[in-house]
Structure formats: structure tokens, C-alpha cells
Design a protein around this ligand. Sequence first.
Ligand code: PLP
Length: 389
Amino acid sequence: MQFIDLAAQQARIRSGIEARIQAVLNHGRYIMGPEVEELEARLCAFAGARHCVACSSGTDALLMPLMAWGVGPADAVFVPAFTFFATSEAPALLGAVPVFVDVDPVSFAMRPAHLERAIEALQKRDASIYPLPKAALERSLTPRAAICADLFGQAARYEAILPIARRHGLMVLEDAAQSFGASRRGRKTCALGCHAAGTSFFPAKPLGCYGDGGAVFTDDGALAETLRSIRMHGKGRDKYDNVRLGLNGRLDTLQAAILLAKMEIFSDEIEARQQVAAWYVEHLSDVAGVAAPLVEPDCTSVFAQYCVLLPEGRREAVAAHLKQKGIPTNIYYPKPQHCLAVFAGLGYAPEQMPAALDASRRILALPFHPYMDRAATRQVAEALKEALS
Ligand SMILES: Cc1ncc(COP(=O)(O)O)c(C=O)c1O
């Protein structure tokens, strides 16, 4: 069994991909060729956002808006304690201090009420209100931004996050690396009202290219202009008129071409993902001890990963049993952010973010992709049942 079956997808659209690649080979504009703009327009229309700036990765899609906002060492940036490292790495790269906020134990998204408490704690420099990094007690930091990760494919609760951010003057960056194509209350991710959103086109993502890629979305035209400048070494009127520090942050034309071919089937694949998830729910409902992912009412998930929670202490044996049955699994993520060695200097204790810690100990990702059939989901559920019985 495959964990993610990119070969099945390729077999379906191979001729379309080859035609797109051929077109790039013919015109030869490998950097910022016409496919990049075509893709940006297509992604804007799909998501319902005003501006899209394609870029080199999901990580740069987070870094670039933070750079545009001038986030730096005097700033605190609130990030979820349970996410992929890039969410907290991006502000830390700019010298800002990540302030961890615990997550919802079911959706794994940043908890809005905890965000509010963390902001208050930071403003009062009082860690009895909410756990704070050492740096926030030693010096005064400005609460500048919150980055919320739409973990595993479902959007965070922006309708609750945005009013809090507005009250405290924070920018909100949606980390939609795992959620492109999902929706919340009738709107698609990357167009949920945040100041900016970044997504990833890493090959295993719901919309993936054949290398690294990403995109930033925003409704703010001035920000989009700045992002276009940052993407190309801080260019001004032309690329040798550098007006700010930037990056080599462009998306390759070839990757844009591949994404355009994949856009042809993306909506169909999102539907297939819903079907696979429904089969899993049906088969897992009868496996005691396994909590299947829950999608909130009026929301859809694209299930970038299909992660279940197992009883404490059983994960390693369950994964070993599944492996023996030819079923691959993965752990996203074995360590919460506040426990990573790179952040040891922030001085957090593991128990300070209990939901993140618990998730890191009990979570297991099962095989999931749009080309999976019902029998495969049943096979996984049966193997889980045996392992837990
Ligand atoms: C939540 C999250 N944020 C950011 C990223 C970074 O994306 P990329 O690998 O394209 O840099 C990822 C990629 O795995 C992710 O899962």
C-alpha cells in the first residue's frame, strides 16, 4: 500500500504535464515565464483572493509577508505549539521571538482564547497569565503577528482569531501549506480575511508540483507589490535597482507549468479526498480507541494528512503491526514546537502546552490520497482493530 500515490495521479494526467513541459522547452523562459502569471491568475480565481504571488516554497511564502511587514528582533510572533517547523522558523529567521500558543485537541489549530491570553501575558510581561518565552520576560516585545497553521488540511478558526488580532493590532498570516483547496463557511482557504496567506506546492501537498514551490495570497495590492519585489532580491523599477532586502524567491516556470496541468483535476481530486475520508470514518467508527479527524460543521478539509489519535503508549506497537501488514504510517509531528532543541533558549517546559504535547505522543498518519479505494481504507481500519484488540 502507498502512503501517498503520486504515480496514480501522474498516470492520469501525464500527457497534459508533458504538453505543458514541452511548451516551456519551446519558449525557453525558465525564469518568470508566462506560465507563472497564468498560474497566479488561475490560483486567484480558484481561491477567491485578489492577488497571488507565486514563490519558491511554502517556507518562503511565510517568510516573505513577514519581511514585507518589517517583522524583526523587537517583535513577538504568536505561533501554534503543534505544527510543521516552518511556521515558527519563519519569524525566528527574522530575529522575532516565537510565542507559542497551544492548540485545539481535536483540530490541532491555534486556540483563539489562548491567543488572547498569550497577548495579554506578553503585554503585561506576566507568565502567570500564559506561558511566555524567557525573552519576553527579559525585554519588552511588540506583539506583531500571529501565524495560524491549517493543520492537516482544515482551516483554523479565523472568525475568532481575526477579531482578537484586530483588537491588538496584530497581522494574521494564514499558514495554508496543508489546506489549499479547503473551505470554511463558504470561503476557500487563502481568502479567509487574513492579511496574507501562504501555501506550499511541495510534491506531497494536496496541490503539489515536482519540486519546491509555494504562493502568497493577499487582498492588499500594496503588499502584493512589495512581495513581488522581495521575491526578486528586493527589486525596484528593475532588477538592478534594489530598494530593499529580498530573496531569490521565484517559482520556476517548469513548476508553474506542472501546477497548471494539475489544476485541471484539482477540484475532482478534492472531491475524491472527501470520499476517501468518508470511507475511513465509516470503517474506523468500529475501531475502539481510534479518534478519526473531525471536520467542523460548514467546513471542508483537503486532508493533506489523515491523522488519527491513538491511546497513549500504544502508537509504536500499532505502527509496527501496520508495517508488518504492508501499511505505511508516519508521525506528524513527534515533537511539539516548544520542545524542539532549536528553541531550547526560549525556556519552555513540555507541559506548558499540554494539548500539543499530547498530540505529539498519540498522533499517527495513515495512508491517504485521492486514488485510494474503499477496500484499502477497510484494510487499514481492520489492521488498526487487530493492533488495538
Ligand atoms: C504547516 C506547514 N507550513 C509550512 C510548510 C513549508 O512548506 P515548504 O516545504 O514548501 O517550504 C509546510 C510543509 O510541509 C507545512 O506543512
